[in-house]
Structure formats: C-alpha cells, structure tokens
Design a protein. Structure first.
Length: 193
C-alpha cells in the first residue's frame, strides 16, 4: 500500500470513527462501521438512519428538535474528526452528510439565516462531543484501518476502551431539556442560562 493510499484510508477511517463515537456518545445504535468503498460511498455507518416515528415536517416541538439535533451532531461528527487530523474540512467528501444536515435543520427553523446559525451552533456542539473523546476516535480509526469493517458490539468495546471510563455516553436530550428548564426558572427565553 502506498503512502497516498494509506493517507486516503486514514482519512476515511477517522471520518467514520467520528460518526461512530458521536453515535455512541448520544446512545445512537448502528449495525456496523465500514471503510470499504461501494457504488454509493467511500465508507459508512450502516443501520443508523432515521428510525423515529416523528414527522418533523409537521411536528416542531421540543422532542423533534432534540431528535434533529442528535442526528445533525452525528452527521457532522465525521467531518469534525477528519478535519482534526488533516487540518481542513473535506466539504466534498462530506457533501452527503451536509445535505442531510441542511434538510434536518430546515425542519426546525424558520429562515435561511436561522438555519445557518443553528447549523453553526450544532457544529460547535459536535466539536464538544468529539474532541473530549478523541482517544476513542483514534482507537476506532486504527481498528478500521486494520479490519475495514467493524460491527456495533466490537465498535462499542473499542470506544469504551478509548474512553477509559472518563466520559460516559452523552444524554443530549436530558442535557438540552435541563437547559430549557433552567431558562424557564430564570425567566430567560433566549436560551442563555
């Protein structure tokens, strides 16, 4: 394998590992992580799609917003992890993820400006999910380079080993609900606590 091929494989592995670690952190199950190319993609986290009975185009409530935020963080995590090792964002490689992010964000926002600000905020939240769990991303990416494909249970074990008990899975819904309750208690409606 040439250095160029290894470099490309490494980028894919970190990208998919980012999705996997974010999914684990937020309690989102998946079937497997793969960096084996096919006609649809260079890599993927299978079985992690939209499994909710929510209809976000009709229901704009808190439950939908929490679900959408979890999905967006999961989608952005690949680009965030890949950028951490390359120093730049691969917008072309993550274009499918970005298209889904814009679609999901538009379900809970009312204007283009709000959608852009919402995505920017969730992009920062994604960094806060991935960077403290970086050891887990590295371990998972290394295993992906070796194995090419890893099932959920094996991925979960690798991620837990990388976390070394430091950070439990993130309960995003509970954290956001707590922030909402704090805003109500203080009488603030701008979401700042």
């Amino acid at each position: 394998m040439t250095n160029r091929e290894l470099n490309r494989l490494e980028k894919k592995a970190y990208h998919e590992a980012g999705h996997g670690v974010a999914g684990f952190a937020m309690g989102k199950r998946f079937k497997k992580i793969s960096i084996i190319e096919d006609e649809d993609s260079d890599g993927r986290v299978s079985g992690s799609g939209w499994h909710s009975k929510l209809n976000p185009e009709l229901d704009k409530g808190k439950r939908t917003r929490h679900f959408v935020e979890r999905e967006i963080i999961f989608l952005l995590a690949g680009a965030v992890a890949e950028a951490k090792i390359t120093g730049e964002y691969n917008h072309i490689g993550a274009s499918d993820d970005y298209h889904k992010v814009v679609k999901y964000a538009s379900w809970v926002t009312d204007s283009i400006e709000e959608t852009e600000a919402y995505i920017a905020w969730l992009f920062e939240k994604t960094k806060n999910v991935i960077w403290p769990r970086w050891d887990a991303v590295e371990l998972l990416a290394d295993e992906l380079i070796k194995r090419q494909e890893i099932g959920y249970m094996a991925a979960r074990g690798i991620i837990r080993k990388g976390l070394d008990g430091d950070l439990p899975p993130l309960d995003l819904k509970r954290a956001l609900a707590k922030k909402d309750r704090g805003a109500k208690i203080t009488g603030r409606t701008d979401g700042v606590t």
